[in-house]
Design a protein around this ligand. Structure first.
Ligand SMILES: [Zn+2]
Length: 626
């Protein structure tokens, strides 16, 4: 460590004599409150805080040296600071929760008042009280100061600590509180039982107190809907700067300044990780962390922000406790190609919001978990069945989908026919599936009313040969076209090439169809557009991985911003077949809502010529002619 690196002055400038503070002093006197204790929270913690072995990997006496970046945050939460709101947007395992616990313990012991502790749900609240607060109370031998046995309401001399959670209005609205400690706010309910933003409800509870404090502590979530990101940006946006061991210049630890080696085969070697100084270009290893962090300083990048707000990535986690830089590299390498892991890496390691615009993707695991047992092969909901077929060099893939009111849909069958599409066998198998009856619970049958078959790839001619003979029963070749604003499907048209086979082709606006589908897939309870999936062969993890294989990204085309879909994995046939079966519905020309309203279903078997159909209809299905 060169000489020029001196221990920084404490950054917090307590404005005891400034105008801002006059109000606070006056109100404290007027309300007969005793003056605040001299000690700040960080000073108190250094002296008194004992960390329980039951809740931490590093039990014993609290040391500010381990997490020096928390000192200023704790001091802003102290009564000596004029700040009302303090925001901490952070990566995982950097000690935000301990900071929150220190604050709670400090006010209970040294400046008793009504304190509120707010978590996401009752479950997280209960877990927090049991695993974190109670163990802290026990380690500090504080148990005897509490009266009453209620878990969510602890009384102590001069004050009370209540616990609430973001989806219970009665919990958030009861008594006024002076100190509001809000944990993981990016996960909080969007709306609290119809009464609005739970953060606003918490704020409302504190208004009567002149010396109120509100701590907003959280790892971030999704950009644009992340509360802690929003609150961080409204603040003065402080970042923790450490000096370079080579040149002494202050800089923040950024992911893009971490470097590591690969071996001759290109394998990543996370253990070779080191930080590159953005000023002098020299590198240094993680073992320098404690010494550098202890000379660190918070620097505001938005000095006119409304309140102190802090950002700290997981790269600052104390050495030997929490994530190491090598762990971060491993996580990053493992997350490649998996959007969900990349989101977790961005939120938990970088402490940054996940940018949907950079990669909106549906969670396949969420979809798998809601597969249903239908009461019959085709459940009550659908009024009509359509099919979409994807053509590959060694197989055909087909999904049959049922459509109901508001285009609520039911996956009916997902089949893979293995075989060379230049040979008839695989087409025969497909045709059997397209002409087969699909049974309802009352024993009646439905048939596929329309089918679209992808004619892209190497088997365009084979597709035309198949569809040309079956267009009379709504089996058409299709070609997908990307681009915003396209119709989901056009009328069948002859192309030069298809005319040679006497076939027509429909054009499918795949981006429009995907926009609609990906919107539907985010719906979590049955409603217009909701997609039902069966517990059935073919609807396995691979199916859902394929269905969610693309993400919506923003791109620039000749200076104009556009949306586009980008594959996140190689195979995505399930997505294509779903898009084609959706497009096929428009070819039938029926109003599904009207059919549902009048209790009708499309039971006509389109593969039986109309004459025979008329005779059969009376005897077999009793279906309604459309
Ligand atoms: Zn340097």
């Amino acid at each position: 460590m060169p000489d020029e690196i001196k221990k920084q002055e404490p950054v917090i400038k307590l404005k005891m004599a400034t105008g801002e503070n006059v109000d606070y002093v006056t109100s404290a006197i007027l309300s007969g409150l005793r003056p605040p204790p001299d000690m700040t929270i960080s000073q108190w913690a250094e002296k008194f805080r004992i960390i329980s072995g039951a809740s931490s990997s590093s039990p014993g006496q609290w040391s500010n040296e381990r997490t020096p970046y928390l000192v200023e945050i704790m001091d802003q939460l102290s009564p000596q600071s004029p700040a009302t709101d303090v925001v901490f947007m952070k990566g995982a395992q950097v000690g935000g929760t301990e900071c929150l616990i220190n604050t709670a313990l400090y006010y209970i012991m040294h400046d008793p008042c009504p304190i509120g502790l707010f978590q996401t749900t009752e479950m997280t609240a209960k877990r927090f009280i049991k695993q974190r607060m109670n163990t802290a109370f026990a380690a500090m031998k504080m148990d005897e100061i509490f009266t009453g046995a209620e878990m969510y309401l602890r009384e102590f001399p001069g004050g009370v600590m209540i616990t609430g959670w973001s989806n219970s209005a009665s919990n958030l609205r009861s008594m006024p509180i002076r100190i509001a400690l809000c944990d993981e706010i990016s996960e909080w309910a969007k709306d609290c039982e119809g009464q609005g933003d739970p953060c606003s409800l918490v704020e409302a509870r504190t208004v009567t107190f002149a010396r109120k404090k509100r701590f907003w502590n959280s790892t971030p979530g999704i950009e644009g809907e992340c509360r802690v990101t929003e609150r961080f940006r409204r603040g003065d946006q402080r970042f923790y700067n450490v000096p370079c061991p080579h040149c002494g210049e202050l800089h923040t630890w950024k992911w893009e300044n971490l470097f590591w080696d690969r071996d001759a085969e290109g394998n990543h070697m996370p253990w070779t990780v080191r930080m590159k100084c953005p000023h002098c270009g020299e590198e240094y290893g993680e073992y320098r962390k404690p010494e550098l962090m202890n000379h660190g300083v918070w620097i505001a990048t938005n000095p006119n922000g409304a309140y102190p707000s802090y950002h700290l990535s997981g790269l600052y986690a104390p050495l030997g406790a929490g994530l190491s830089w090598a762990d971060a590299v491993s996580q990053f390498v493992n997350a490649q190609g998996d959007i969900n892991l990349l989101k977790a890496f961005t939120n938990n390691v970088l402490g940054e919001p996940w940018n949907i615009e950079g990669g909106m993707q549906i969670d396949k695991f969420g979809l798998i978990s809601r597969c249903e047992e239908y009461e019959s092969e085709v459940p009550e909901g659908p009024a009509i069945l359509t099919a979409g077929v994807d053509t590959q060099d060694d197989r055909l893939e087909c999904e049959i989908v049922g459509w109901g009111a508001g285009l609520e849909s039911w996956g009916i069958a997902h089949k893979v026919f293995v075989g060379d599409p230049s040979q008839p066998a695989v087409w025969d198998a497909l045709d059997a599936a397209l002409t087969a009856p699909y049974c309802l619970s009352d024993g009646s049958e439905m048939h596929v009313a329309a089918t679209l078959i992808d004619s892209g790839g190497h088997h365009t001619d084979d597709v035309y040969r198949f569809t040309a003979k079956r267009e009379w029963r709504n089996v058409f070749a299709c070609a997908g076209h990307s681009g915003a604003g396209r119709q989901i499907v056009t009328r069948p048209q002859r192309t030069k090439k298809s005319a040679l086979r006497n076939a027509t082709v429909v054009s499918v606006g795949v981006d429009s169809a995907k926009d609609q589908l990906y919107d539907w897939l985010t719906k979590e309870t049955p409603c217009p557009g909701f997609c039902h999936f069966p517990v059935r062969d073919g609807y396995d993890e691979e199916f859902f991985a394929q269905l969610t294989a693309e993400k919506r990204v923003r791109k620039w085309v000749r200076g104009i911003q556009q949306w586009a879909y980008k594959k996140t994995r190689e195979r995505n046939e399930a997505l294509d077949t779903r898009v084609y079966s959706r497009a096929a519905l428009n070819l039938v020309g029926v109003d599904v809502d009207k059919m549902i309203a009048s209790g009708r279903k499309f039971t006509r078997n389109v593969s039986v010529p109309a004459m025979r159909q008329r005779i059969q209809r009376h005897t077999i299905s009793g279906g309604i002619k459309l």
